[in-house]
Design a protein around this ligand. Structure first.
Ligand code: PEP
Ligand code: MN
Length: 253
């Protein structure tokens, strides 16, 4: 098997919940020569009573994972919703995610560059679910002007609100392909981009077929028990079958 060292394939649960939850996902990533694991500690939730993430308390789980996997073997991807959260995650996250809701949080975008070092692989900028491609690219410019090198900005298409899709969201491949023309790597998130597990793998395959640069996929050892976004979580087994059939030997570079 050719390894997937340079590939922009990110797998993991919507939220980090426990060591017991994340361990099989980390093992899946390692088994297949991938490297990026979603380790989301801070969850921007619509409902204030929903699970908000483990917050800083989750760091102990990541420290425990580090005893098994080195920083090169397993890289943590985490969203920051504020500058305070940036300061918390920057020391250990290899990928800093700016989520859809914060795509136009300009003060946050300007601050990211202050935290970026050689230890960070890239900043993942998700498109807001009602933002145009032009607005997305302008937000990328905020990151760059704030000090993030252009080659460390990766864009993620995560779907837009839809009046007609039965799930209320539509993964916009045209937007993703258009953004690529501006010289950025563009990946898709078929999980938030469909909101339903049954559509995740078909959309992931379509993304690869279209020549996009990678994927972010939510998976969980027990999808229906996920603390957040349970309906769109695929199982480890489903993720593994997809990796074996579609990703093995692929590289984004
Ligand atoms: C996420 O990826 O965890 C997330 C919250 O996605 P989005 O910002 O696209 O809604
Ligand atoms: Mn989610």
């Amino acid at each position: 098997m050719k390894d997937n060292q340079d590939s922009l394939y990110i797998f993991g649960p919507c939220s980090l919940e426990s060591l017991e939850q994340i361990t099989p996902v980390a093992a899946l990533i390692k088994r297949h020569g991938l490297k990026y694991l979603r380790t989301q500690l801070f969850k921007p939730r619509t409902n204030p009573d929903s699970f908000q993430g483990l917050g800083k308390d989750g760091e102990i789980i990541l420290e425990t994972l580090r005893k098994t996997y080195s920083k090169d073997e397993l890289k943590f991807v985490c969203e920051a919703c504020s500058t305070d959260q940036l300061a918390i995650i920057a020391p250990w996250a290899s990928v800093i995610q700016i989520g859809a809701r914060n795509m136009q949080n300009f003060e946050l975008l300007k601050a990211v560059g202050k935290y970026i070092s050689d230890d960070h692989d890239f900043v993942l900028l998700k498109r807001g679910f009602a933002n145009t491609v032009d607005e997305w690219l302008e937000s990328a410019r905020y990151l760059i002007q704030g000090g993030v090198p252009k080659n460390k900005v990766v864009l993620c298409e995560r779907g837009t609100r839809s009046l007609t899709s039965p799930t209320g969201v539509q993964l916009d491949f045209i937007a993703a392909m258009e953004a690529k023309k501006a010289g950025f790597k563009v990946i898709t998130d078929p999980s938030h981009g469909s909101k339903r597990a049954e559509f995740v793998i078909p959309l992931a395959k379509a993304s690869l077929q279209l020549g996009l640069d990678g994927l972010m996929v939510e998976c969980h050892p027990r999808p229906t028990e996920s603390f957040s976004d349970a309906k769109q979580a695929i199982s480890i087994e489903e993720a593994e079958a997809f990796i074996k059939s579609s990703l093995q030997g692929r590289s984004a570079n």
